[in-house]
Design a protein around this ligand. Structure first.
Ligand code: NAP
Length: 265
C-alpha cells in the first residue's frame, strides 16, 4: 500500500502469547508499518496490545492464502504457542506457497535441572499411560482446557485444573476443581497453591519461556514430581528463520524492510 509517497508494509503477527503482545508493543511506533495481530478467539477476554486485530481462524491453508493476498500481507511473524501445532504448520505452508517471508518467534524449552524430578512424556497419550502406573492421587493439571479428555479415565485421582477463562465445553473429568488464573505467577503463590491443595504431582506442557515457569520452580522446591509433556516437533522443508528474543525479531523485521526497499535507495 502506498500512502502519499510513503510505502506501508503490512505485517501479520500470529499471537495468543505474551511474546506476541510484547513484540506488538515494541513495534507500535515502527515507521510505515501496519501490524495486524491475529488471535484464534479461544479466550473470551484476551489481553490485547494497541493496534489492529483480527480474531478467529482463517479456514485452513487455503483460507490463509486467500487472506494473505486480500490483505496484501508482506511479512509474517508466527509468535503462536509452541503447542499450537496446526497453526504453525499452516502458516509455514501458506507463506511458502505465497512467497512471503516468515519468521518464527518461539521459545527455549525448559530444561530439567538436577533438583527437578521430571517424568518425561512425548505427548498427552504417553502422559496418560505414565499416570496410570503412578501412585499419585492429587494432581495439579496445567495443560489448558483443550486436552483434558486424555485424563478422563482417572476417576480415583483428584485434578486441580487451572484455566484462563471458562472452558467452552463441559470439563471431561470426574473428580476435579477448576481454578482461574492468567500468568505470570510467582513461585511463592504457586507453592501456596500446591500446599493448599495437597498436590503430589504436577502435569505440565513444556511450554518454555519465563511466563509460567514459576510452577516448575515451586514443584522443585516442594519435591513434587512433574509429568512433563514435550512440545510437538514441527519439521518443515520451508526455509524460515527462528528466533527466541523480541529484539531478534525486531532486527529481522528491520532487515526485511531494508531488503524490500533497497531498490529505492
Ligand atoms: P492450533 O491447534 O495450532 O490451531 C487450530 C486452529 O486455530 C488453526 O488451524 C487456526 O484455524 C486457528 N488458529 C490458531 N492460532 C491462531 C491465530 N493466532 N490466529 C488465527 N487463527 C488461529 O492452535 P491452539 O493450540 O488451539 O492455540 C490457539 C491459540 O491459542 C494460538 O494463537 C496460540 O498461540 C494460543 N495458545 C495456545 C496454547 C496451547 O497450549 N496450545 C497456550 C497458550 C496460548 P484455521 O485453520 O481456521 O485458520
Amino acid at each position: 500500500m502506498v500512502a502519499g509517497n510513503v510505502k506501508i508494509t503490512n505485517l501479520l503477527l500470529l499471537g495468543g502469547t505474551a511474546e506476541a503482545l510484547h513484540l506488538s508493543a515494541e513495534l507500535a511506533n515502527f515507521p510505515n508499518l501496519k501490524i495486524i495481530n491475529s488471535l484464534a478467539g479461544r479466550t473470551h477476554s484476551p489481553k490485547l496490545s494497541a493496534g489492529e486485530y483480527r480474531i478467529g481462524g482463517f479456514g485452513g491453508i487455503k483460507g490463509l492464502q486467500e487472506y494473505l493476498t486480500k490483505e496484501t500481507i508482506h511479512l509474517v511473524i508466527d509468535a503462536t504457542h509452541p503447542f499450537a501445532e496446526q497453526m504453525q504448520r499452516n502458516i509455514q505452508t501458506a507463506t511458502s506457497l505465497s512467497h512471503i517471508p516468515l519468521l518464527r518467534l518461539g521459545r527455549n524449552h525448559w530444561i530439567e535441572t538436577p533438583q527437578d524430578q521430571w517424568l518425561p512424556a512425548e505427548n498427552f497419550i504417553q502422559a496418560a499411560s505414565i499416570l496410570e502406573k503412578l501412585p499419585n492421587k492429587r494432581v495439579f493439571l496445567t495443560i489448558g482446557s483443550q486436552n483434558l479428555s486424555y485424563f478422563r479415565p482417572f476417576s480415583d485421582i483428584f485434578f486441580l485444573v487451572r484455566v484462563i477463562g471458562s472452558p467452552s465445553q463441559a470439563v471431561p473429568l470426574n473428580n476435579y476443581q477448576l481454578i482461574y488464573g492468567r500468568g505470570p505467577f510467582t513461585k511463592q503463590s504457586e507453592k501456596d497453591l500446591l500446599v493448599l491443595h495437597q498436590i503430589d504431582l504436577l502435569i505440565s506442557k513444556n511450554s518454555g519461556g519465563a511466563h509460567t515457569y514459576a510452577k516448575i520452580m515451586a514443584a522443585q522446591e516442594l519435591h513434587i514430581p512433574v509429568l512433563m509433556i514435550s512440545p510437538p516437533i514441527i519439521a518443515s522443508a520451508n526455509m524460515y528463520q527462528t528466533v527466541t528474543q523480541t529484539h531478534d525479531a525486531v532486527a529481522w523485521l528491520q532487515n526485511q524492510l531494508t531488503k524490500k526497499f533497497s531498490h529505492l535507495i
